[in-house]
Structure formats: C-alpha cells, structure tokens
Ligand binder design. Structure first.
Ligand code: MTE
Ligand code: MO
Length: 496
C-alpha cells in the first residue's frame, strides 16, 4: 500500500500476546490481527502459535488458507511492511514437508506440498490391471508421518471397541500373526472424489486441486479383514447391522484417525489429524471386504500410501481409506473431522459458498459410476485403422461393489459403439472393487475420415444397476468440484 509504514521484524516479535497485541507477517506484509484472532475458524489456540512471527509456514500447512477469501480477510488487517532487506534476510520458513519420501518423476504433480499427484496418463494407457506402486496416484493433506510412530517395529494401532471402553492395542506383528488373523487380499480402486475436477473448471471455476482423469489407481491390497479385528477386540459381530436397523440416529460408525498431523518446527497440532468414518455395518459386513492392509501389490505398503497400516475401504470415496492408521473408534457419531463434515459433499450447481450448508448433506461414501478415455490422449494426432476406425482405451468404475455392465463410445453423442470389457476373472457384478478396463474400435463417420479433421471422442459407462453417467458436466457441477462423472470427452485430430 502506498504510504504505509516500514516495520521492523523485531517490533513484530514483541506483539505476541493478546495483551500486547498480535502481529504477524505474511511474505513482506505486516498485519495486526488482534481483533481477528477470536474469530479464527481454526480456534484461538492455533493462531496464537503464529503470534509475533511469520504466518507463512502455518499457511503452508493448513492448505485451506490458500484461497482468495482468506487473503482478503488478512488484507483488511495490514498495517505496514518489512523492508526489502529485512524480508530477504529472514530465515527461510520451516518446511514441514522436507522429510517426505522420494517420488517417481513420471507422476503428474498437481501440488508439491502437501504432495498430490496423478497416475500418469501414459500409465493409464498401458491398461495394466494393477497400477505399479510408484505410479499409483497420491493424495496427501499433510506431511507424510515419520519416526517411531510409523516404524514397523514400534507401530501400535489403538482400537476403542465402544464408548467408555478401554483401548485395545495391537502391534504390526499382532496384525500379521496368521494364527490370530487370516490373511486377505482385495483388488481395489482408490479414487479421489475430486477426480476429473478439471472438467468442472471448464464450466465454471471450482475450489480444489486440479485433477484430470488420473486421481484413480488400482492395486492388490493384502492385510486382514477389519471385521475379524473388530471381532477380536470384542465388538459384537452384528452390532453394526443391528444399529443400522434402528435407523439413522442410532447408526453406529467406525471412526478412523491418521497419524499425519500439522507440524511447524517442534510444534505438533494434536487435534488436526486426518480423520474419516464409515458405517460400522460396512466395517463388519463380510461382503464389503474392508481390510487393514500392510501390503500393496505384494510389497510392504509404501510411505505415501499409508505405511505401515492403512484401512482400505473398497467401493467408497478415497477419502475414507485412512492412511497411517492411528486409531479405530466404534462410536455413535461420524468422524467430526473437517474431511467428513465440511468437505467431500456435493451441492447442486446453484449453491454457492455463501449458501452451502454442509450439515444438510451426507458425506460421500459409495461413489457413482464413472469412466475416462486413456488413449488416445487429448489433443493428439490419431491414425485411423484401414477400415476407418479410431482405437480407444480407458477405464470404468462404479462404487458400492457395482461392476460395469457396459461401456459406450461415440464420435457424435448420438450413435454409440460398445467397448470390449476386460473383466477380471471371477469378478462378480455385485462385489467388484477393481476397475474394468476397456478397449474400443470406433467407426469414424465417413464425412470425418479426412486428414486434419477434428474428432470428438466420448465415453460413458453403465454399471450393473444400470446407473449411467449423465451427459453434461454442468448438471453435476458443484462448488467443490467433486463427483465429476459427466460423459468424458476429448478432442483429437486425424493425422494429416
Ligand atoms: N489418509 C490420511 N491419513 N491422510 C490423508 O491425507 N487422504 C485421503 C485418503 N486417506 C488421506 C488419507 C484421500 S482424500 C484420498 S483420495 C486417498 O487417501 C488417496 O490415497 P492414495 O494417496 O494412496 O492414492
Ligand atoms: Mo480424495
């Protein structure tokens, strides 16, 4: 701001309490937030950690601040700036992500800190049923936990079998003791609810990470059935199913807490852990195949995917498969975490951030039918086959165990050709957790079979309950850009 004073960092440091006033810096700006702190949505205690210092490392940690509305609020409290020299000489802000693991350079990175990356389109186009671990998409909200808490030899899972009950503790060796728990393998998709968000951005900008079609991957997870573990710690076998019969208010839930939590310097935000929940009925249902997994595609679970133990919930939003599992709690209410209550819900396309009432909608669980084209890639040049067809490949998937009944491709949205489905052997159409890969040979209309012509390629999938993807993206558009499952369309050009 023109004419505003230059302020010394030493003066900022002095304003570090409610009595003395609370100043912070963000980049080179200085802000007096004394009047704001009581209204901080994340609570007074957290914001006081930044009092008299740089707010940058905290905002790097709590990514919900990286939106224009939050920067506007801060702007209202600006009182001056640091000198150019002083700003340059500040120690670089603590980087809570410095211990994150090394990643495959081919992942399509959408955010570096926290790390979020898609399975590359080149991998999806290979049509490998199991995505190699290093190519599996990553969606982290926080730094990957490190140290003793995730050391396989020191890891402890805490399970609270019911309200007011003592926690039962299990080590990794306990979970892997085959005399105690039978091993179980499940091939399952993890898909982020925000997959394909970029298509919604083409209707109108939404808030959230950019995802093209690669926030989805498939692996074979090995571990132990969650129902067996709940059984072992004394949760009555039919508790969840009975509670479901009692109705919504009496439903029981299985809450999951992650070991990942915000940290800045030595400080750990003990209440800011990642959390989610599912109905207890599913956790106990042998047909839902929920597992506590410690192996992915035959290898120990990688750090990015939740090592040493993850709760893998097939068929639902990726957000419910909690990584770096710390606690399981049988409870009468859902997880109260931000990600269960105030995120991962889909409003209609007229609802704005001002009118959105997150408490009015259920958390996303079973995901809707979806599909995408992995080959050819968007905007590429394609070679037609001698009989005037274009070859296509892609994936299709539906939640809740619903298999894929049909995949249709088209060049005009009116006439459709059925794709060939590569259904894994033995897959049941009512209990399918993995994707269905497909290939198609789409006849190109004669008037379009000319070099240099643009072609629009479309795919839609139909699941075993005959749910079908909606035609338009606009009809499913929502402020958070979740559950984007309109027909997937790409444009390509015929090789000149
Ligand atoms: N679990 C923990 N503890 N922390 C997280 O940030 N992200 C969730 C889920 N489980 C998350 C988590 C989300 S939103 C998704 S989509 C999946 O993990 C992504 O799983 P992946 O990184 O193994 O692909
Ligand atoms: Mo997600």
């Amino acid at each position: 701001k023109p004419g505003e004073p230059e302020i010394k960092f030493a003066d900022v440091k002095k304003h570090n309490s409610i009595d003395k006033g609370i100043w912070v810096t963000y980049r080179d700006g200085v802000y007096d937030i004394t009047k704001f702190v009581q209204n901080h949505p994340g609570g007074l205690e957290r914001i006081l950690k930044a009092a008299g210092g740089q707010i940058d490392p905290f905002w790097a940690m709590y990514a919900q601040h990286n939106v224009a509305s939050v920067k506007d609020i801060l702007g209202e409290h600006r009182i001056g700036h640091l000198s150019e020299v002083e700003y340059k000489n500040l120690p670089p802000p603590f980087d809570p992500y410095q211990m994150d693991p090394k990643r495959d350079p081919e992942l399509l990175v959408q955010a570096a800190k926290p790390f979020n990356a898609e399975c590359p389109l080149s991998q999806l186009a290979k049509q490998e049923y199991l995505t190699p671990n290093e190519k599996f998409f990553v969606r982290n909200h926080l730094p990957v936990p490190t140290g003793d808490i995730v050391d396989p030899k020191k890891y402890v899972l805490e399970i609270i079998p019911g309200e007011d009950q003592e926690p039962v503790k299990l080590t990794l060796a306990d979970l892997q003791d085959e005399k105690r728990f039978k091993r179980k393998k499940v091939s399952a998709i993890v898909q982020c609810s925000g997959n394909r968000r970029e298509d919604q951005n083409s209707v109108a900008q939404v808030e959230g990470l950019t995802w093209y079609t690669g926030a989805i991957s498939n692996a074979e997870w090995e571990g132990v059935a969650l129902k067996d573990v709940l059984d072992y710690v004394g949760v009555p076998r039919d508790l969840g199913i009975n509670s479901e019969l009692e109705g919504e208010d009496e439903q029981l839930h299985l809450q999951m807490e992650g070991l990942d939590r915000p940290k800045v310097g030595e400080w750990r935000d003990t209440k800011g852990f990642y959390g989610a929940s599912i109905p207890l009925a599913w956790a106990q249902d042998p047909r839902r195949d929920v597992i506590l997994t410690f192996k992915m595609n035959g290898e120990p679970l990688p750090a990015d995917h939740g090592a040493p133990v993850r709760c893998l919930v097939p068929g639902v939003a990726g957000a419910r498969s909690v990584k770096w599992l710390n606690k399981l709690i049988v409870a009468s209410e859902e997880s109260q975490s931000h990600w269960q209550q105030n995120d991962y819900k889909a409003f209609n396309n007229s609802t704005t951030w001002e009118t959105a009432d997150f408490s009015s909608l259920p958390a996303i669980q079973d995901m809707p039918v979806n599909s995408a084209i992995s080959w050819p890639s968007p905007k590429s040049l394609v070679q037609l086959t001698p009989d005037g067809c274009v070859e296509m490949k892609g994936w299709a998937w539906s939640g809740g165990g619903r298999g894929i009944a049909r995949v249709d491709v088209s060049a005009d949205g009116h006439t459709w050709t059925e794709a060939e489905l590569k259904r894994p052997e033995g897959q049941s159409l009512t209990r399918t957790w993995a994707w269905t890969l497909w290939t198609a040979k789409l006849p190109v209309p004669a008037d379009l079979q000319k070099p240099g012509k643009a072609l629009n390629l479309i795919v839609k999938a139909v699941d075993a309950q005959y749910n079908v993807q909606p035609e338009s993206i606009e009809s499913v558009w929502n402020i958070r850009g979740v559950l984007c499952n309109g027909w997937h369309r790409i444009q390509v050009t015929i090789q000149p």
